[in-house]
Design a protein around this ligand. Structure first.
Ligand code: NAD
Ligand code: LMR
Length: 338
């Protein structure tokens, strides 16, 4: 059985109406890896989201403390904690959205692919659990290397006979968040007003910002394009180096993941025109997975937008991106099919 905070137990004993009121409408969301560097601030942000009525926090360590802490926030969502693999099934049961930031982060000198050996197995176990307990949930996959973990998740779901490509989304929102910030800095704009589509994947050259399609429309010098593209592609490494061995982006990532999860929930609710970039099963290129703008709706992904007109710089970036992406995708698929 899940553990509840003391507060929730006291409410339950009193038959508190507050608890059932908070949990009576809205969506059920689980965070797997909730006690980690991303998981903790993401738990806080999802507890603040008014679309969430039930929040399940799962990890293999430390969920009792995180759950007790977050559950004291007087927002609507009821919080329950789950510790260890024997509680994975109850953590996932009945969930509408599952967010996965479980897995090890990079240290300086590592690529995201260096995380494959540990994180691939973690993602496989968690996705097997999803297939059994909430096969129709939307899945937001954060664990790196995203270019391989999304194909791994797809293969696990296929193997379990439960693959719904419209419901599996690799989270690349942090690339867009960074691109918006860096572009706004260069142009002297408010970062909240800027929207940069970032396509391809989520590692190095596979991160392809489309600076020719920035909204509001604007133009850049050649130097600005090469500075911005490189900074956006290396944003993760910039944080890894600044943290000097203490991990990778957690706070900006939690912000990005909360923004993306909120978009998924607004889509599920039936809001119109919810569009975000995400790494998904796709026919936009010849590759089986690709990040581009997608429209989110009641079924998950309802439309995948094509890339639109690209500049020559972007066309050559796309070729480099596809080359690396093909290998990372293949590596993920082979991990499950082997
Ligand atoms: P972290 O080490 O601080 O936290 C990871 C958490 O996962 C820990 O609490 C750990 O106990 C938990 N965990 C490990 N194995 C688990 C399992 N089998 N089931 C459930 N939980 C498990 O790491 P972090 O900084 O939070 O980063 C997590 C992952 O997110 C890393 O792989 C990192 O590379 C990735 N990441 C992705 C993006 C992105 O843009 N997609 C951005 C930042 C980080
Ligand atoms: C990021 O982009 O910050 C994450 O993918 C973490 C990393 O390893 O860079």
């Amino acid at each position: 059985a899940p553990f509840t905070s003391q507060m929730e137990e006291a409410d339950l004993l009193r038959g508190s109406v507050c608890r059932s009121k908070g949990g009576s409408s809205g969506f059920k969301v689980a965070i797997l890896g909730a006690a980690g560097g991303i998981g903790q601030p993401l738990s806080l942000l999802m507890k603040m989201n008014p679309l969430v009525s039930v929040l399940h926090l799962y990890d293999v360590v430390n969920t009792p403390g995180v759950t007790a802490d977050v559950s004291h926030m007087n927002t609507g969502a009821v919080v329950r904690g789950f510790l260890g693999q024997q509680q994975l099934e109850s953590a996932l049961s009945g969930m509408d959205l599952v967010i996965i930031p479980a897995g090890v982060p990079r240290k300086p000198g590592m690529t995201r692919d260096d995380l494959f050996n540990i994180n691939a197995g973690i993602v496989r176990t968690l996705c097997e659990g999803i297939s059994k307990s909430c096969p129709h949930a939307i899945v937001n996959l954060i664990s790196n290397p995203v270019n391989s973990t999304v194909p791994i998740a797809a293969e696990v779901f296929k193997k379990m006979g439960m693959y719904e490509p419209k419901r599996l989304l690799g989270v690349t929102t942090l690339d867009v968040v960074r691109a918006n910030t860096f572009v706004a800095e260069v142009l002297g704009l408010d970062p909240r007003e800027v929207n940069v589509p970032v396509v391809g994947g989520h590692a190095g050259v596979t991160i392809l910002p489309l600076l020719s399609q920035v909204k509001p429309p604007c133009s850049f010098t050649t130097e600005e394009i090469s500075y911005l593209t490189e900074r956006i592609q290396n944003g993760g490494t910039e944080v890894v180096e600044a943290k000097a061995g203490a991990g990778s982006a957690t706070l900006s990532m939690a912000f990005a993941a909360a923004k993306f999860a909120d978009a998924c929930l607004r889509g599920l609710r039936g809001d119109a025109d919810v569009v975000e970039c995400s790494f998904v099963a796709s026919e936009v290129t010849e590759l089986p997975f690709f990040a581009s703008k997608v429209r989110l709706g009641r079924m998950g992904i309802e439309e995948i937008f094509s890339l639109g007109p690209l500049s020559e710089f972007e066309r050559s970036g796309l070729e480099k991106a596809k080359k690396e992406l093909a290998q990372s995708i293949d590596k993920g698929i082979r991990f499950i099919r082997k």
